[in-house]
Structures are given as structure tokens and as C-alpha cells.
Ligand binder design. Structure first.
Ligand code: AMP
Length: 438
């Protein structure tokens, strides 16, 4: 596998879409979408994908990665396609992402006859079968529903030219591996495979090795995983004070739009019920809601009609809503990657964003792990009326520090934000503690 950092793929990285070998139709669609210049992943991935090579790209959402694989697919679809069976298949982990990728493909397919269908669970299968029977060049779907269609004989993969595995790490995380393998075994060997993943753990690499032809590995992940433009803070708080803290924080911050992340579906429901008594335009989102309720909420959130979305990690990945000014981790995420994905919902396309994480006294170690993962110390935030000093001691004790973290009044300026700079004693201590914790 060849590994190339982003930007090194071609000596001259395209600054405009005109510099990429794209058709007039695509250039017009891009102009119509008001995409003025390619993002780094688009400049890097599009030319390689157009050449037909298999690519394994490390990239986060919010970087324009969807267009980077959708555009080369669209360029393959003949102008007067009379094809009934899909030429391209995009596998995604969640229903929301399936809808989002489909919408992006429809937008970029403007001016050409390319029919794109999204196949995902929670929706009656009948309508999807009807659409497939009318013909679809591009199919995007979640693995379970795709397999359902395959076994019913309503989805035929024999003509596929391109397969995309989007958010491959997430698909493996949530146990889609057997389904993905079943699907990949059914697609023609002679095809192009593009794999996109925020992280490249060994299971993702193994998947790539088994199902890709000499993949080229491109790294589009920012050096500092937590996007530069996002300010990240944490509060130490006792569990019974969380709601109070949230209410005061919302009153102080007046977010344009915020996602308040909880760990469980029940916790999400509970907080939603409490919060809607105090705040306007609150809705919630979790896996127990019907798909149509989820779709409605997402639509209203995108339009800015929902200001506060209380959610589980079901919206942690891939969801792109530009109005999100704040991320609040009401419950600290269990997995570090979920932190990266949650926080990545704000600060989209270079905008500014802020993330607050509530840390209870016995969650210090989770905070430390997150800081190790993002290579940066979160800054301690403070709100009057909360027993910060006492909490700090408890939290630091739980994390095993001596309480010398960034101070409550934000006087952490002296601390290096990234371990790329000389590591502070604190960062070093956190690192060794982290290793022990593993
Ligand atoms: P993604 O990383 O694919 O979720 O894309 C994030 C957002 O960026 C989506 O709203 C896209 O429509 C938008 N986008 C993608 N490429 C560009 C571009 N070149 N210029 C401006 N916006 C873009």
C-alpha cells in the first residue's frame, strides 16, 4: 500500500475546479452549488479516483469528502444512460448519512441523467423497490437494508463499477463487518473501491487489504484532529447539577443552534423532556424514534427551526448543518472517536464553533483519553454558582493529576495546546497515566 500525505498526490494541487479534469456538466453543477474551489480532499482524491485507482482516504466529515467521491462517480455515468442496474454503490453506517449523501449526489448530478436512490431501514421497502425497478445509476445505503434488497432480488450488483465505503471505521464499530463482507463478495471483482475513514485502525486496513486492489493511501486528516477553529472547554460538575449547569450555560452562550449529546436513548429522552419545559425550539433524536420522526427533526434542524437538538451519537457522524454554533457533551462520550465526531458537527467549513464537555468527578480518565486522542488539552471553563474548586479536586484526583490543569479562569494560556509543541509536565503526566490506564 502506498501512503501519501494530502497535498503530495500531485505536485500542483488544484486551486480551482477548472484545473481538474472535469466535464462541463460537472463544472456547471459545481458552480450552481456555489462550490468555488476544491477542498483539500477534493483536490487530492478526485484526480486519483478519475484515474480508476483504489484509494483509501483518511478524512473527517465536514471536509467536503462526499463530493470527492461522488464527482468521479458521476463522471463515469454516460450522458444518455439507459442503465437499469446501479453502476456505483456507496455504503454508509447510518440512515441520516444515507440521506445526506444522496442529497449531495442529487445536487451535483444537476444537468445529467443520473438517478440516485437511498436505501435504508426504518422506511417501507416498497417505495425503494419501485424506485430501483425504474432504474438507478447510483445507490447509497446502509448495509442491513442493502442485504435485504439483495436477498429479495430487487438490487443487482453485477454491473457495479465503483464501490465506496464511507465512514468505514464507524461501520466496523457498529458491527457491520459481516454485512459489508457479504455485500463485497457479491460485487464484480473488476471494480474500483474507494474507502473513506476518519481513523485507520487495523480492522479497517484488513478490510482494505482483502477487498481492494493495491490501494493508494491518502491522508487528508488535519494534523490536529480537533479542528483548529473549534474552541473546546470542559466543566467539572456533579451529576445532579448537570441540568442546572446546562440551563445556565445556554443562557450565557445563547447558541444559534446547538446539539446536546447524551450517552443513552433514555437519558436523551429524559433531558429532552426537562429541557423543553425551560427552552424553546427543542427536539430530540435517538435510535428509538421512527425514521420519519428522525427525518422530520433533521429537516427542521437544517432549516434552523430547531435550536437545541438533544441527541445520542446517532447524529455524531456525518451530519452537516452549518448553523451549529455549539456542541455540548452533557454526557462525556464513551469512546474518544465519538468525541471527535461530535465536536466536528460545529466549526463546519472553517466557521467558528465551541464545544463544552461536562465531566463528573469520576470521569477524569475519560477526559484524559480524549485529550490524548486529540493531542490537545481542553480548557477548563467556569460558571459562577458551581463548586468548581471542589469539583476540580475531585476530577483531578480521579484523573490522577495534582490539580494543576488549566485553571478555572481560563489562565491556561501558558499551556501548550498541542503535544506537537514541547509537552508540558501535565501533558507528559497525562500521557503516562493514559498508558497505564490501557
Ligand atoms: P462533507 O464533508 O461531504 O459532509 O461536506 C461538508 C459540507 O461542505 C457540505 O454541506 C457540502 O455541501 C459542502 N461542500 C463540499 N465541498 C465544497 C466546496 N468545494 N465548496 C463549498 N462547500 C462545499
Amino acid at each position: 500500500m502506498t501512503k501519501t500525505p494530502a497535498g503530495d498526490t500531485n505536485s500542483a494541487v488544484a486551486q480551482t475546479f477548472n484545473e481538474l479534469p472535469l466535464s462541463e456538466t460537472t463544472l456547471e453543477a459545481l458552480e450552481r452549488a456555489r462550490y468555488l474551489s476544491p477542498t483539500p480532499i477534493q483536490a487530492g482524491l478526485i484526480p486519483r479516483a478519475l484515474e480508476g485507482v483504489d484509494v483509501m482516504g483518511q478524512a473527517q466529515t465536514g471536509t467536503g469528502k462526499t463530493a470527492s467521491f461522488v464527482i468521479p462517480i458521476l463522471e463515469r455515468i454516460p450522458a444518455k444512460s439507459s442503465h437499469k442496474r446501479p453502476l456505483a454503490l456507496i455504503l454508509v453506517p447510518t440512515r441520516e448519512l444515507a440521506v445526506q449523501v444522496r442529497d449531495e449526489a442529487v445536487k451535483l448530478a444537476h444537468g445529467r441523467r443520473a438517478r440516485c436512490v437511498a436505501l435504508y431501514g426504518g422506511k417501507p421497502i416498497r417505495g425503494q423497490i419501485d424506485k430501483l425497478s425504474r432504474g438507478a445509476e447510483l445507490v447509497v445505503g446502509t448495509p442491513g437494508r442493502l442485504l435485504d434488497h439483495i436477498s429479495r432480488g430487487t438490487l443487482h450488483l453485477g454491473d457495479l463499477q465503483v464501490v465506496v465505503l464511507d465512514e468505514a471505521d464507524r461501520m466496523l464499530d457498529i458491527g457491520f463487518r459481516p454485512d459489508i463482507e457479504k455485500i463485497l463478495r457479491r460485487v464484480p471483482r473488476e471494480r474500483q473501491t474507494l474507502l473513506l475513514s476518519a481513523t485507520m485502525p487495523p480492522p479497517v486496513k484488513r478490510l482494505a487489504q482483502r477487498y481492494m486492489h493495491s490501494p493508494e493511501s491518502l491522508d487528508f486528516s488535519p494534523k490536529d484532529i480537533a479542528v483548529e477553529t473549534i474552541e473546546q472547554f470542559y466543566f467539572t460538575v456533579d451529576p445532579e447539577q448537570k441540568l442546572d449547569l446546562l440551563t445556565k450555560l445556554l443562557a450565557r452562550e445563547q447558541p444559534q443552534q446547538a446539539i446536546v449529546f447524551c450517552r443513552t436513548k433514555r437519558g436523551t429522552e429524559r433531558l429532552y423532556r426537562q429541557l423543553r419545559k425551560k427552552e424553546k425550539h427543542v427536539e430530540c433524536m435517538h435510535g428509538d424514534l421512527t425514521q420519519s420522526a428522525r427525518d422530520r427533526t433533521m429537516q427542521r434542524f437544517r432549516k434552523g427551526q430547531v435550536r437545541l437538538l438533544v441527541a445520542t451519537d446517532v447524529v455524531g457522524r456525518g451530519i452537516d448543518v452549518t448553523g451549529i454554533s455549539h456542541i455540548i457533551n452533557y454526557d462525556i462520550p464513551e469512546f474518544c472517536d465519538d468525541y471527535v465526531h461530535r465536536v466536528g458537527r460545529t466549526g463546519r467549513m472553517g466557521r467558528e464553533g465551541v464545544a463544552y464537555t461536562f465531566v463528573t468527578p469520576d470521569e477524569g480518565i475519560q477526559l484524559t483519553r480524549i485529550e490524548m486522542r486529540i493531542n490537545r488539552l481542553l480548557e477548563r471553563a467556569h460558571l459562577e454558582g458551581f463548586g468548581a474548586t471542589q469539583d476540580a479536586e475531585k476530577s483531578d484526583a480521579a484523573a490522577g493529576t495534582n490539580g494543576d490543569g488549566p485553571s478555572a479562569d481560563g489562565a491556561s494560556d501558558g499551556e501548550p495546546k498541542s503535544a506537537a509543541k514541547p509537552a508540558s509536565p501535565l501533558a507528559k503526566r497525562r500521557k503516562s497515566r493514559y498508558r497505564r490506564a490501557l
